[in-house]
Design a protein around this ligand. Structure first.
Ligand code: HPA
Length: 278
């Protein structure tokens, strides 16, 4: 369990470095970190300097917070994340999320690179996450619960905020950016899935698979953050095409989709800051 005082201390550090909390924070997934480079008047804080923050070691994950402005709206970008497959307890993933909440963030925009399970999808598509399936056997809330942070048994029936999802759909429509919608299944990784696992995931109702996001979302819902999740489908999941999956391909496709991704994020952030989607 995270120590409540440690969370408050780290939140005070964010406040000291970045000033008053913006309305929303983004977690930028594999290859999508370039969005943080587009922020104007950026202020950067490496995760390593925030006590209690796990460092992120995965390729394509810079491992720092960047606060700045998009079109005059303040936002905090988490450039890179920590994954359960990097080791340690799943509860470590809850810490940064709780710090964001304690800092004063209201909405968390989580993004990731994911494999397409739904055969209607194609690499380069964006998918609005409407729900998830936890196939990892891990949960960041395992252990003693601190009621000051959140309830012992959080309701997950609307984990991905319906109003924010509607806002994202309207925003994508207005920009002419295609936005699929589906269920994200979390596999622990770090090995990519087998074709049999992907067939199983499809039978269970998954549209995309990945190795992240779900533990953050569980921690976010637990501490009362509103969540919006968007996947970039970087490859078809194992066994769909007769070709291997590589992290180079994942990073290449997400980097290629960066311009549309940024445009979508900018517009969503502006609308959230304007009080839409409440
Ligand atoms: N599986 C798991 N994680 C991923 C994939 C995948 O196919 N693509 C990008 N992240």
């Amino acid at each position: 369990m995270d120590n409540y005082e440690d969370i408050q201390r780290a939140a005070a550090m964010l406040r000291g470095n970045f000033g008053e909390a913006p309305a929303c924070a983004l977690v930028l997934g594999s290859g999508l970190g370039g969005f943080a480079e587009e922020l104007s008047r950026p202020v950067t804080l490496p995760y390593g300097e925030i006590p209690g923050f796990p460092a992120s070691t995965a390729p394509g994950h810079a491992g720092r917070c960047v606060a700045g402005f998009v079109d005059g709206v303040k936002v905090l970008a988490m450039q890179g994340r920590f994954h359960c497959y990097e080791g340690g307890d799943a509860s470590r993933i809850a810490f940064p999320v709780r710090v964001l909440r304690a800092y004063g963030i209201q909405a968390l925009l989580v993004t990731n690179a994911a494999g397409g399970v739904n055969t209607d999808f194609k690499p380069g598509d964006f998918m609005l996450i409407k729900d998830h399936i936890n196939l990892s056997g891990r949960n960041p809330l395992v252990g003693p619960n601190d009621e000051r942070i959140g309830p012992r048994f959080p309701d997950m029936s609307k984990a991905y905020d319906p109003q924010l999802r509607q806002l994202a759909r309207e925003t994508a429509d207005a920009l002419g950016i295609s936005l699929r919608e589906g269920v994200y299944a979390w596999f622990l990784g770090p090995a990519y899935e087998t074709p049999a696992e992907i067939r199983m995931a499809r039978v269970l109702g998954a549209d995309a698979v990945g190795m992240s996001t779900v533990p953050e979302v569980i921690a976010a819902v637990h501490c009362g953050l509103r969540v919006l999740g968007i996947s970039c489908i970087t490859n078809m999941a194992a066994g769909i095409l007769d070709q291997p999956i590589t992290s180079d391909e994942v990073l290449e496709i997400s980097a290629r989709r960066q311009p549309d991704f940024s445009a979508l994020m900018r517009a969503i952030i502006a609308r959230i800051a304007a009080g839409e989607g409440e």
